[in-house]
Design a protein around this ligand. Structure first.
Ligand code: ADP
Ligand code: MG
Length: 395
């Protein structure tokens, strides 16, 4: 932290600023924005930089384009930004490398904000191409990183540009680092980690690291099912990771030597993924049969998890504990969310793309100490204590 400067610690005035943001928002079929939280979260940084009479050039991607793709244009984002920042004219530059794009940027007026078209339309971005990084850097005098959620990626706009310009962290990036450092270094016990989601394999290193600091793991979702299968439990047709069974066994053994408790579901909601009617049934674990699919935690597990969450002084949550995309199986995840918001004495950090999407009830969001904008980035930061994009800001 010490050798990074954030924008509230320096005076940046009358500069051209390349501001890396994360506007990777979910788009609907009609190309409107389903959730604009990610855009709104960047507003304090944008507003602060505007106050300094700076000219902003925003850089982001949306979706996973292989090359130019009109369905993944930043046009809907520009529209939304225009609504949120009516005092400025928001201009989309279709191709900053073209002569037309270059002259648009050269002519930027102080009451305009430029947004570069989806940066992943250029394959050089993901390839972390130094030449491409250089071309981006020539557009500005200063670089600001306000894209915590992509800081685990070694991509040109994240690591190449800050190597070539005075580089600073944004307000949100600062909060992410402060909060995650606080839970990992100054955690008050009991420290409870709630994990869910589809896979263990992508989160094994994270679990290893958290095993060092946490007292209790509450594990649901597909991940929980894999642990149950590793214990020899019948899991029927449920989603679980056959290839991660050995890892799950090793983690269960490790939990004994590290004195960390792993709490698994004791009952489940079984049903069919696509069944929107409420024909789902509650089953105790020993009742799960070969044709069953575990799609959510059951009420006894809710109560069990709830007891641990109530008693916690530090909480980290990543991963829905059920197939929440179908509301019939979203109850367990909602329950976990409410239990965390009810615990007002704990420091709570929640992160993950799907996790944050699952907790839609905004009125309670402020009861959580910190909602991380990063899914993969948050997990990797917890695991390693830093990220490539953060390293690139160090002086
Ligand atoms: P995050 O994006 O928050 O890190 P993940 O991507 O790891 O979370 O996992 C989210 C996915 O896991 C969701 O699509 C959810 O439906 C799925 N999931 C969780 N529990 C189950 C389950 N029991 N059966 C099927 N899918 C599940
Ligand atoms: Mg996900």
């Amino acid at each position: 932290m010490n050798n990074i400067q954030f924008i509230d610690e320096v005076e940046i005035r009358e500069k051209r600023i390349l501001l890396r943001v994360d506007f990777n928002v979910p788009l609907t079929k009609e190309l409107t924005i389903a959730h604009d939280v990610r855009i709104r979260q960047t507003l304090p940084t944008i507003e602060r930089l505007i106050k300094g009479n700076n000219r902003l050039i925003l850089v982001s991607y949306v979706g996973r384009p292989k090359s130019r793709d009109p369905n993944l244009s930043l046009t809907p984002v520009v529209k939304k930004l225009q609504e949120l920042i009516p005092a400025k004219k928001i201009i989309l530059v279709d191709d900053f490398l073209s002569a037309a794009g270059q002259s648009q940027i050269a002519a930027q007026h102080s009451d305009e904000i430029i947004v570069l078209e989806n940066i992943r339309f250029y394959p050089e971005e993901k390839a972390n191409d130094p030449e491409f990084g250089k071309k981006l850097a020539t557009l500005a005098d200063v670089y600001v990183n306000e894209a915590f959620s992509v800081n685990h990626r070694e991509e040109a706009s994240i690591v190449q540009v800050p190597a070539r310009l005075p580089a600073y962290g944004g307000l949100r990036l600062k909060k992410e680092i402060e909060m995650l450092t606080r839970v990992m270094q100054g955690a008050q016990k009991p420290f409870v980690v709630i994990l869910g989601g589809a896979k263990i394999s992508t989160k094994i290193n994270l679990i290893n690291r958290l095993m060092e600091v946490a007292d209790t793991f509450l594990i649901g979702g597909g991940m929980g099912t894999t642990f149950l299968a590793a214990q020899g439990q019948e899991v029927g047709k449920s989603l679980y990771e056959q290839s991660a069974i050995e890892d799950a066994k090793r983690l269960l053994e490790m939990s004994f030597t590290k004195h960390t408790q792993i709490v698994l579901p004791v009952d489940a909601i079984v049903g069919r993924k696509d069944d929107m009617q409420s024909t789902q049934v509650v089953k105790k674990m020993h009742e799960i049969a070969s044709e069953d699919s575990i799609l959510d935690i059951g009420p006894a597990t809710e109560a069990l998890f709830g007891k641990h969450i109530d008693g916690a002084n530090t909480i980290i949550w990543n991963g829905p504990v059920g197939y929440f995309e179908n509301p019939a199986f979203a109850r367990g995840t909602e329950y976990v969310y409410y239990a965390i918001t009810e615990n007002t004495h704990a420091t709570s950090v929640v992160g993950g793309g799907d996790t944050v999407a699952a907790i839609s009830k905004e009125e309670y969001l402020q009861k959580i100490t910190h909602i991380s904008t990063g899914g993969g980035a948050m997990l990797e930061y917890i695991e390693k204590g830093t990220l490539p994009g953060i390293e690139a800001l160090k002086k």
